[in-house]
Design a protein around this ligand. Structure first.
Ligand SMILES: [Zn+2]
Length: 278
């Protein structure tokens, strides 16, 4: 009897301990291209630039429906209106009831032209320079600058209408997670010197850097400007087949900035602000 009690207590402690450890982790998944999901310690799911049907995503290979791999999404963040960033946002919103985080012009035209569910595209509309709290205060999202263009593809355009509608200014995001890392997603951008301001303003732990737009040298300079502790390359191996992250890695090495190349489909975890090496 006593032995059973001890065994039970031990099992309970193990289980409780396991649950606590799990609850403190933030998970970052790359779907290829610029598409990432972030699962917070409290279990909320943010999806950024959800082009899941890209050729690099293992969840989309062999005729698989990539949406099957994302049963829960609470927020969809879109940096700009180009199709390789809007991706399957409409279908995902319908399936998961996720709320849209984007600028008002992009949000409005996604509703009007692509039938993004209207009731999910009103509460978290923001502009560059703004910060909003989501996930019951667990996450703060800042919309920051990007130097690029933005337009929404209009599938309903007739022969005499422009097939690209206004998408407002392109953006990047800084995502601050309570008991988790602060993650910067560059969106599509050229290098601009005011990235230094982003680095001075936020304590960035992980920067997801678009190496396709900036090239190796300027991508590394971007990592340095935003003062990230860890640089992760993205926006390669899809529409830009020949592009590899090696040049970026070499530049970062000279600058002594940590580099990690995720594989499409890979999930990395963070305990607090620290990446966990498994
Ligand atoms: Zn792009």
């Amino acid at each position: 009897m006593r032995f059973q009690t001890i065994l039970f207590a031990l099992l309970f402690a193990l289980l409780a301990g396991g649950v606590t450890v799990q609850a403190q982790e933030t998970k970052l998944k790359w779907f290829g291209h610029a598409a990432f999901s972030i699962t917070t310690p409290n279990g909320k799911v943010l999806l950024i630039d959800p082009w899941l049907n890209n050729g690099a995503n293992p969840d989309a290979k062999d005729g698989k429906d990539p949406l099957a791999a994302i049963p829960q999404v609470d927020y969809i963040l879109i940096t700009h209106g180009h199709r390789d960033h809007v991706g399957e946002a409409v279908a995902i919103a319908r399936k998961t009831d996720a709320r849209l985080i984007a600028n008002p012009e992009l949000a409005r035209n996604l509703v009007k032209l692509t039938d993004f569910p209207e009731k999910q595209a009103g509460d978290y509309i923001m502009q560059m320079g703004g910060e909003i709290q989501i996930a019951d205060g667990e996450v703060t999202v800042a919309m920051t600058e990007a130097v690029h263009s933005s337009s929404v593809f209009n599938p309903k355009a007739g022969p005499n209408e422009p097939e690209r509608a206004y998408g407002g200014s392109p953006a990047s995001f800084v995502i601050m997670i309570k008991n988790g890392p602060t993650i910067y997603h560059t969106g599509d951008t050229a290098y601009f010197k005011d990235m230094e301001v982003i680095g001075e303003t936020y304590a960035i732990d992980v920067a997801l850097i678009n190496i396709n737009q900036m090239g190796a040298k300027m991508s590394a300079r971007a990592a340095q400007s935003v003062r990230t502790k860890l640089a992760v390359p993205m926006h390669f191996g899809t529409v830009d087949d020949a592009l590899k992250a090696d040049g970026f890695a070499a530049e970062l090495k000279q600058m002594k900035i940590n580099f990690y190349e995720m594989k499409p489909g890979e999930i990395i975890s963070f305990r607090g602000r620290q990446m966990i090496r498994r």
